[in-house]
Design a protein around this ligand. Structure first.
Ligand code: GUN
Length: 282
């Protein structure tokens, strides 16, 4: 039986610590504030954004949500970002991705003040991640590292295989693992011998975006399996990138979906907003 690494339990502990720090900061006159922007009506994005807003309020932070219509122009979106960049109540700005196709994602990310870029998507922050000089840790990979730490799993010297090379998860995940002294392999849709490579992993991180992509024959006995996916199976039920039912008996530890990586991502976003607000004291 694998150890179930519960993002629900671990994020609750992280959030408790953050709430205490928020209270301290508020006593000194600074309330951490997060602005979340969502454009259009993508149902999954709406769920994520709702969760981010609720968590902000739960932790005593200030929250602003901007729900913009699908017809929003690049100019309008950039004008909002510029206004939030200058707003002293706001310490973190997040624009939920993906944006509708007519909008320029890169231009929006570039426009966010790197000091308020709590997603750590701005090139300046991405560059800092590369050299291990973090202002903001990228939320999903940071959440995964926190889960491993909490579960006493040390990546040092281990072979970590990351499936997926997105800017949001795969690439920064590989960097954080490398900084934790793991030996890292990044796999993607063009990788040859994917199954064999995955079977060599001591720590396997699945960030593919395809339901039950990681099957039992891709996992080494005793491996730690981290599932970043959030998909629907053939019956419309929420599931990850890992065929949990068949993989779980093989591994030493595994994250469930839901209740795994998802809640950790949000907790880390709150951490970044707090970190940004703390700068106001200096
Ligand atoms: N879409 C999916 N994950 C994320 C995330 O972590 N941040 C933003 N801004 N958009 C996302």
């Amino acid at each position: 039986m694998a150890e179930i690494i519960s993002g629900k339990v671990i994020s609750a502990a992280v959030k408790e610590r953050i709430a205490a720090e928020v209270a301290e900061l508020k006593a000194k006159g600074v309330t951490p504030g997060l602005a979340v922007i969502i454009v259009g009506t993508d149902p999954a994005s709406q769920v994520y954004v709702g969760s981010k807003e609720r968590t902000c309020i739960e932790l005593g932070m200030y929250s602003e949500k901007y729900e913009l219509p699908e017809s929003t122009t690049n100019e309008e979106l950039l004008a909002l970002v510029e206004r939030l960049n200058k707003d002293d109540k706001i310490h973190g700005i997040l624009c939920q991705l993906p944006l509708p196709r007519h909008l320029d994602e890169k231009a929006v990310i570039d426009a966010i003040d790197p000091k308020k870029d709590v997603d750590a998507f701005h090139v300046q922050n991405v560059g800092k991640i590369m050299i291990g000089d973090y202002d903001f840790l990228p939320c999903t990979p940071a959440g995964i590292m926190e889960m491993l730490k909490f579960s006493n799993i040390d990546p040092q010297g281990k072979h970590c295989v990351v499936i997926g090379r997105s800017n949001i998860v795969g690439k920064p995940m590989a960097m954080l693992m490398l900084h934790a002294n793991a030996t890292v392999t990044i796999c993607h849709s063009k990788t040859q011998n994917l199954k064999e490579l995955c079977r060599e992993a001591d720590i396997l991180v699945a960030a593919v975006g395809r339901a039950k992509f990681v099957t039992a024959d891709m996992v080494k006995e005793g491996a730690v399996v981290i599932d970043v996916g959030m998909n629907r199976d053939e019956n419309g039920k929420l599931c990850g990138d890992v065929d949990y039912q068949n993989v779980e008996p093989l591994c030493s530890a595994i994250t469930p979906v839901p209740g795994g990586v998802g809640p950790m991502t949000i907790a880390m976003l709150m951490q970044n907003t707090l970190t940004s607000a703390k700068r106001c004291l200096k």
